[in-house]
Design a protein around this ligand. Structure first.
Ligand code: MG
Length: 354
């Protein structure tokens, strides 16, 4: 099987509501879908979704990076995934979302050629993935009403955005905890705190039984994370501090996190995500697969990754519930909150309309 064409396409999907976190606000999702065609007639589908304030990429840079990769990809077998990643890394450092688009399409092709859904191709046995639902920053009473409706919709786990105003965070956790009794609560500070602020907030969250706190400190403060990890009553998860397998290795060596949030758009796709998980698993660290603003194309790929590895015990793959991507994606997976039911079609199981 040889790659004969790489065809990227920009699409725009409006959000139901603007989504606000401590780093910024977003009201529509621009993303890049890519088709990789082969000489055997199989077509792989991938996605690169740029979130500039996290990865430094834009939709234009994703399109430009894919153009840079294309001459190298033509004629290669998609099974040569290590070689493809090494070559992409030689052409451009970072650019994880653009690399993820190529990587996902290659894994889609490999699993299609093997006649297996991707999670089975990667070694998994069950295509059911339980996800959480995220509450963006807002007035605490509004956040609490959202928590109640999330639980009513069937979710058992809620991720609460925090980190822009400690007073609002304190009010929000009190109201949310009362509005959603029994739900497992996680908090994501998106780099919003200093070490002293984090220590005080972690103490408050512990009172409410919060199960983990994600990225309390700026991404570069690995020493601070290590300090928090050794003093915190709540497990600490690295997100923006862990883009690549190299970051995972540093986090492990410095004891800087209890958990790692793998995102395909940060690390460059499934190949790197598997490497991060292996490093973490060897160190006794569980992983989550998270998302940013991906459509069901990359969400399907992320869910296949979750379903392929026992050490990936958490799935924060809820972006697709914030918008309606049915104008571009005709089918991807079944979903009855809180469970994604992966397709048993070969590959990632996604069909596009565009
Ligand atoms: Mg996060």
């Amino acid at each position: 099987m040889r790659i004969t064409a790489v065809i990227p396409q920009r699409v725009s999907i409006p959000l139901h509501e603007p989504f606000v976190i401590s780093l910024g606000a977003i009201d529509a999702v621009d993303t890049v879908l890519v088709r990789i065609e082969t000489d055997e007639g199989l077509v792989g589908i991938g996605e690169g979704s740029a979130v500039g304030f996290v990865t430094g990429e834009t939709t234009d840079t994703v399109l430009g990076a894919i153009d840079q990769f294309t001459p190298m990809l033509l004629g290669l077998n998609p099974y040569a995934i290590e070689h493809i990643h090494h070559q992409m890394d030689r052409i451009l450092v970072r650019n994880g979302s653009a690399k993820a688009a190529i990587d996902i399409a290659c894994y889609d092709l490999m699993a299609q050629a093997a006649g297996l859904p991707l999670y089975q191709f990667l070694g998994g046995t069950s295509g059911e993935v339980r996800i959480d639902q995220t509450i963006g920053l807002g007035p605490p009473d509004v956040m609490a009403r959202q928590a109640a409706s999330i639980v009513a919709a069937g979710y058992t786990e809620i991720k609460i955005k925090a980190g822009s105003d400690e007073e609002l965070d304190r009010k929000a956790i009190g109201l949310i905890s009362a509005a959603a009794p029994g739900a497992r609560l996680k908090v994501d500070a998106n780099q919003g705190w200093t070490v002293p602020t984090a220590m005080s907030m972690l103490g408050i969250y512990a009172v409410y039984g919060v199960s983990l706190v994600e990225q309390p400190l700026p991404h570069w403060d690995i020493e601070g994370m290590a300090y928090l990890r050794s003093h915190s009553p709540i497990p600490i998860m690295a997100d923006e501090s862990c883009f690549t397998e190299h970051d995972a290795s540093v986090i492990v060596r410095r004891n800087a996190a209890d958990l790692i949030n793998i995102k395909l758009m940060k690390c460059g796709g499934i190949y790197r995500g598997l490497q991060i998980n292996t490093i973490a698993e060897a160190a006794g660290i569980e992983c989550m697969v998270g998302c940013m603003l991906e459509s069901r194309v990359a969400i399907a790929a992320g869910a296949h990754l979750v379903a392929s590895r026992a050490n990936i015990r958490h799935a924060d793959l809820d972006s697709f519930t914030d918008f309606d991507d049915s104008s571009v994606v005709s089918s991807a997976f079944g979903f009855v909150p809180p469970v994604i039911y992966l397709s048993d079609e070969p590959g990632i199981g996604v069909k596009l309309k565009v």
